[in-house]
Design a protein around this ligand. Structure first.
Ligand code: PLP
Length: 498
């Protein structure tokens, strides 16, 4: 494809993408193809000779789109959203045009410098304490990872190495120190609440440390409390284990619960050992962190200056296309101490000068994408005020949905929310047991998915099977939320009657 052909193909593609977005509502929101559908539609072997773009593009509608679930449809209400916007798409396009591995500052200085700048902008816009700024008092700073799971695994690795380094710093003999590290590593425990996303457990697996869940209870709104955390830490220490890392969640996946940040901070202060051994606290705000762009949510960051790191996925709720998980640390040295590599081919005068950031030392992969470009385009196109309006619109839409649900106490009971635009509810029927209600809610949920007009996700909260409604997809408007409710009522009534 030469540049003339690229221009024609790009124009045709943009036209098709715009049409896709303009008519997305007409499509069945969730794909209903059979597993293996695509193998039947594509040739057994790769083409020997190149094909024209027109031929390739034609196959998108007939072969690929049937297997696409339309996450940008206003009828997509499942899990958490995966945001999209046109400026972010343009950012992806330019990023692809300037493509490079960008592991060092000199690989493309703009890639590093824009990332540092937009993450400082966002840290300020989110009301994060100054310790997370690259110019702040503790040598903090932000970096963009692909996903929250990657960010959490990376923080666990940094926390593990910091803990072991500090715990064995007094041992001068190298071999003795290595032995001590190996013994203590086997005792390390990463913690998260029972409602924490499995990303923390997976991160612990990757880092070769244990994971323990701090129980949560319905009476506390399924959030981790300081008292349960204290109990678990003391129990673990009594067994000779060493808790070194904790994920505190702002917006749990099931119900958007918020762990008791103040309680966690004060218990960890109280249980802090003399000398080394502090617990690294990471705040996982993968979805709900976007709300911090609005001043009315920024009181939630009050304890963050006593924590060590924070992540939120701009690709979930802040109009940046997948992937874009922003992460801030209060001290970047803890990342670079754990992840820094030196290779002869990497030597350059800028790294040697110590004046530049080499983001390869802040992450697990070596090479990296130019993700900050799409963030910059989004912030400039919408402005912070536009982003606030985006969040507030969804909060209001969820409130409308919550009010509608409350008009039918004969059919529905809200379990949690609306919280951060998420409402979790179940189906009720007079004189039924919890098991019967669970069975009924599951039936209604499956019938809604099969019906195909809207797509929701389900969960189990404290033994209760529940349906989640999250209208935080950019294209959702009030009339859509009213339609969602009508569909849910219609299917629920039909299912109960049958
Ligand atoms: N943390 C929370 C609170 C989440 O809700 C999710 C996913 O929804 C994750 C982490 C994992 O996100 P990712 O897919 O970016 O790894």
């Amino acid at each position: 494809m030469d540049s003339k052909q690229f221009r024609e193909a790009a124009v045709a593609s943009i036209d098709e993408i715009v049409k896709y977005y303009d008519t997305i509502e007409e499509r069945r929101v969730v794909s209903n193809v059979e597993p293996g559908y695509l193998r039947k539609l594509l040739p057994q072997e790769a083409p020997q000779n190149g094909e024209s773009w027109a031929d390739i593009q034609k196959d998108l509608e007939s072969k690929i789109l049937p297997g696409i679930t339309h996450w940008q449809s206003p009828n997509f209400l499942a899990w958490f959203p995966s945001s999209s916007s046109f400026p972010a798409m343009l950012g992806e396009m330019y990023s692809a045009a300037f493509t490079g591995a960008a592991f060092n500052w000199i690989c493309s200085p703009a890639v590093t410098e824009l990332e540092t700048i937009v993450l400082d902008w966002l840290a300020k816009a989110f009301g994060l304490p100054s310790c997370y700024l690259s110019t702040g008092p503790t040598n903090g700073g932000g970096v963009i990872h692909g996903t929250a799971s990657e960010a959490i695994a990376t923080m666990i690795v940094a926390a593990r190495d910091k803990y072991l380094r500090e715990a064995t710093a007094h041992i001068t003999d190298e071999e003795e120190r290595e032995d001590a590290i190996a013994i203590r590593r086997s005792k390390l425990v990463a913690l998260g609440s029972a409602a924490t996303h499995t990303a923390t457990k997976k991160g612990a697996q990757i880092a070769g440390v244990r994971f323990r869940a701090v129980p949560v209870h319905a009476a506390d709104g399924y959030r981790m409390t300081g008292s349960e955390l204290r109990r678990v830490i003391l129990e673990l220490r009594a067994k000779g284990l060493e808790p070194f890392f904790l994920t505190a969640t702002l917006g749990t996946t099931d119900t958007c619960g918020i762990d008791d940040m103040e309680g966690i901070a004060s218990v960890l202060g109280e249980l802090a050992p003399e000398g080394p051994g502090e617990v690294w606290v990471h705040v996982d705000a993968a979805y709900a962190g976007a709300s911090l762009i609005c001043p009315e949510y920024q009181h939630l960051t009050k304890s963050f200056d006593r924590f060590h790191s924070f992540n939120t996925n701009l690709h979930k709720w802040l109009l940046v296309n997948f992937d874009c998980s922003t992460v801030w640390v209060r001290n970047r040295r803890h990342l670079t101490d754990a992840l820094s590599v030196s290779l002869a081919i990497l030597q350059n005068q800028h790294t040697d000068s110590g004046l530049v950031t080499d983001y390869r030392d802040w992450q697990i992969p070596f090479g990296r994408r130019f993700r900050s470009l799409k963030v910059w385009f989004v912030i400039r196109t919408y402005g912070i005020e536009g982003l606030r309006a985006h969040i507030r619109k969804h909060i209001k839409l969820a409130e409308t949905f919550g009010e509608l649900v409350k008009t039918r106490p004969d059919l529905f009971e809200i379990i949690t929310g609306p919280r951060f635009a998420l409402t979790v509810f179940k189906i009720v029927k007079k004189d039924t047991t919890l098991e019967e209600q669970n069975e009924l809610t599951k039936k209604v949920y499956n019938a809604i998915v099969e019906d195909g007009r809207i797509f929701l996700s389900s969960t189990v909260v404290g033994g209760v099977f529940a349906i989640r409604h999250n209208p935080a997809t950019p294209m959702v408007e009030e009339h859509h939320v009213r339609k969602h409710f009508e569909v849910i009522v219609e299917v629920a009534e039909r299912t109960i009657a049958s």
